[in-house]
Design a protein around this ligand. Structure first.
Ligand code: GLU
Length: 373
């Protein structure tokens, strides 16, 4: 990768200096911000950010400006997306890199590992200050959680998407990308794990989830976002409480394969054949997206016990979208040698269980992982 050009214009110096405080106050007179002035380096520089393109709606295009929800995703190359937001070059030196051009529903373990390993490689380069990943919103929550658990760096990594293609009225991708670059460039974002930026909000990769099929206000974290991005200012209000990146037991550089973990969804009149199919296809664990507090229908208990008897781990999760699953409450987990999620949604539990299984097959240790991360 070519080295980034160092830019030391007055504007860049003012912006970078104000970013040291965690917020950008480029328009304010230095006298109004003595703390920022006191910590400003003599010659500040713009951050070097690599923007990795993976596809999604942020790379999408519709037939007309009124196509806000019906369009083709993953068609615009990342360099073209970057070029369409010239404001970005005022806040960072950016380089685009196209790794995939896919809808994020097409992510699988191989693609996830390839992306994470490339991010890890880039983070090791001394001239890279942060990474932005453009990504479909459908599975940002899975990719962000995976990166949050496996990257060994405190440099900012921000996953960003959009809900409307760039061709649509009210397109949100340009501002989301600009905001993501601002967050990735900001020293205040260091050491906070993988972040997801959309709709003026900064979320932790651990908690973020997509909650609406078409609205721009779709990302939700059960405990609220970590912060906002407004008028070029990155504002943090919370910190992630659970271990991430440098504090976890996984290192992406040492993971070359993820075990198969299936998710089986519960509903009235659910079919036990789904459990049997997961076992037959070689799943090492089944995340059972159960109703309520991880409750399991009477006709589903035996098939799940049979799967466990064959060595497949059973993890009781909830399809409700939030809340913890209480061990030994709805089902006798100790007796059945099952596991419960903490508050991880089924799709996040799948990521965590796959990682956990790369290190242990012990039920007690696996259970601890859910309570820790
Ligand atoms: N399904 C596509 C994806 O996740 C488009 C959705 C989006 O990016 O908002 O990539």
């Amino acid at each position: 990768m070519k080295h980034f050009a160092r830019v030391t214009t007055l504007a860049a110096a003012l912006l970078s200096a104000s970013l040291i405080t965690g917020t950008a106050h480029a328009q304010l007179a230095p006298a109004a911000q003595p703390a920022a002035a006191a910590t400003a380096p003599a010659e500040a520089r713009k951050a070097n950010i690599v923007i990795i393109g993976t596809g999604g709606t942020i790379a999408g295009a519709g037939a007309s400006a009124t196509n806000t929800a019906a369009y083709q995703s993953a068609v615009v190359p990342v360099d073209k997306i970057i070029a369409s937001v010239p404001e970005i070059s005022k806040v960072a030196n950016v380089k685009g890199e196209q790794i995939f051009q896919i809808g994020s529903e097409s992510f699988n373990n191989e693609r996830l590992l390839k992306l994470a390993k490339r991010v890890s490689e880039l983070l090791k380069q001394p001239d890279v200050d942060g990474i932005v990943i453009t990504h479909g919103t459908d599975t940002i929550e899975e990719t962000a959680y995976f990166l949050n658990l496996t990257l060994k760096s405190d440099k900012p990594v921000v996953v960003v998407g959009s809900m409307r293609p760039g061709t649509a009225l009210g397109a949100d991708g340009a501002l989301n990308l600009y905001d993501a670059v601002l967050v990735a460039s900001n020293p205040a974002s260091k050491g906070k794990g993988t972040l997801a930026v959309l709709n003026d909000e900064i979320h932790t990769g651990r908690d973020v989830t997509k909650s609406n099929t078409f609205k721009t206000e779709t990302f939700r974290s059960p405990f609220g976002p970590l912060g906002y991005v407004v008028e070029g200012r990155t504002l943090f209000y919370r910190l992630p409480a659970r271990p991430h990146t440098l504090q976890t037991q996984w290192d992406i550089d040492k993971i070359d394969k993820l075990p198969e973990v299936a998710v089986v969804y519960a509903y009235g009149n659910a079919n036990p054949a789904a459990v049997e199919a997961a076992v037959k296809s070689g799943a090492k664990a089944i995340i059972y997206a159960a109703t309520g507090n991880g409750s399991v229908g009477d006709y589903m208990v035996e098939p799940l016990k049979a799967a466990r008897a064959k060595g497949v781990h059973i993890v009781r999760a909830s399809r409700t979208g939030s809340g913890v699953v209480v061990r030994n409450a709805e089902q006798p987990d100790d007796k059945y040698d099952w596991i419960v999620t903490d508050d991880q949604l089924p799709q996040k539990a799948r990521i965590l269980m796959a990682l956990a299984l790369t290190q242990t097959n012990d039920t007690k240790a696996l259970q601890q992982v859910f309570w820790k991360y």
